[in-house]
Design a protein around this ligand. Structure first.
Ligand code: ADP
Ligand code: MG
Length: 394
């Protein structure tokens, strides 16, 4: 048995005195490419990873929900149906948000006990929050015997984060945590939520994640600014191309940029240039993966990073430095920041037989104020995994 599962199960037994009846797992994710495109109805291309949230649950025959977070070493509880969006324990709000959305769709619940733990680094762009929501959702489905369609479950968890936690996130994180598939990335069309599952096999090359250890700050206000700038760009494009149906930035192409540059402010133009070119890069990467064209995949990754750095302005010196170090090794096909930016992780496609020397280069050259003494970036190979699932049922 997985050691995290064992920890959650044993902690549950120690606190509540009985075996949990259900244990559910939901994974974090890495976005291969397609960054800051989801909230404008564009394409994203994430994969679920082998870092996860595990939750053990059991009914308790009361009107109370009581649980314990192993990682925060805290207990929290609430009365059934009385969910407080200002609950002082932040981690509990993600769970309450899901329960609140289930209540909104009239899904009856009963009191239960739970224990939760995870190993997704928080705030590093691998989406621990969506995994908490999705693990909660799937545990509730099994414990109370109902089932949601994948899309409905993802939308419900997204609403939990939007409405209850107050983070205006897109749909990607919750959706991939639900529908991820081992060895595959999933292209999501965020305008109609259709998905395409694509094998991520890259012979002789391996995907790695490098965690800069810089935790993002200010990201929420910047994120909301970017959203506003994209909305402004869309409104301008709709006026400029009034003869066409422009339902989202997605309806625009590189060929439209010349006209848009004349009518947008320089900032808004850069923002929509990123989104329009990034949507293209997702489609190019998907095609290149199907053809096993490593060079094109790598070029798309580097181009995505440059666009996020120069046009969308969401990189930082740590992420830029890691991408440069990776590039300078000569053994990396491509690399880019992954996640919302301002800190967090870089994803890279590295020659499999050079991983050791690439890691050594990062350890040698990467420096940052946010590292402790003798600390370096964390580096690990990506194991692309399945989406949310039940891992134990009594
Ligand atoms: P991320 O980019 O990792 O999703 P967020 O700030 O969106 O970062 O969400 C992080 C929050 O999710 C944490 O502050 C905590 O409230 C919750 N969370 C993440 N991991 C865990 C965990 N292992 N146990 C309980 N709550 C967690
Ligand atoms: Mg999050």
């Amino acid at each position: 048995m997985d050691s995290l599962q064992q920890l959650v199960q044993q902690t549950f037994i120690a606190r509540f005195g009985n075996q949990p009846s259900i244990i559910a797992l939901a994974p974090g994710r890495v976005n291969i490419i397609g960054e800051h495109t989801d909230y404008t109805g564009g394409f994203v291309f994430p994969a679920a990873i082998d870092k996860e949230i595990i939750i053990a649950v059991d009914k308790n025959d009361t009107d109370t929900i009581t649980g314990f977070s192993v990682d925060f070493n805290e207990e929290a509880s609430t009365n059934l149906g009385a969910y407080d969006p200002t609950h002082p324990k932040e981690w509990f709000r993600y769970i309450l948000g899901v329960l609140d959305e289930l209540q909104t769709i009239d899904q009856p619940l009963e009191g239960f006990n739970f224990c939760i733990a995870g190993n997704i680094p928080v705030g590093s762009g691998l989406s621990s929050s969506a995994a908490v929501e999705m693990a909660t959702c799937i545990a509730m489905e099994r414990l109370f015997n109902f089932s949601l369609e994948d899309q409905a479950a993802a939308l419900l968890c997204q609403r939990a984060e939007n409405n209850f936690v107050g983070v205006n996130c897109g749909i990607m994180d919750q959706y991939i945590s639900r529908v991820g598939k081992a060895n595959h990335a999933v292209k999501i069309d965020c305008s109609d939520l259709t998905i395409q599952t694509v094998s991520i096999n890259t012979p002789d090359y391996s995907w790695i994640i490098v965690d800069s250890k810089k935790r993002r700050g200010l990201v929420d206000s910047e994120y909301n600014n970017r959203r506003k700038e994209c909305e402004e760009g869309l409104a301008i494009a709709q006026r400029e191309f009034s003869e066409r149906e422009i339902s989202g930035l997605r309806s625009l192409s590189i060929a439209d940029l010349g006209r848009l540059e004349k009518v947008c402010s320089p900032i808004v133009f850069k923002r929509i240039k990123h989104v329009i070119s990034e949507n293209n890069r997702v489609l190019e990467t998907e095609k290149a993966l199907l053809e096993g064209d490593i060079k094109t995949i790598g070029d798309c990754l580097y181009a995505s990073h440059a666009s996020l750095r120069d046009d969308f302005n969401v990189s930082c010196k740590e992420l830029d430095s890691l991408v440069n170090i990776l590039k300078d090794t000569g053994d990396v096909a491509g690399a880019r920041l992954t996640g919302a930016g301002f800190g967090g992780c870089v994803i890279a496609l590295v020659k499999s037989d050079a991983i050791g020397s690439v890691i050594a280069s990062i350890k040698q050259h990467y420096t940052s104020d946010c590292l402790q003494e003798n600390e370096s970036a964390a580096i690990w190979p990506i194991v692309i995994s399945d989406g949310a699932r039940i891992i134990h049922k009594e």
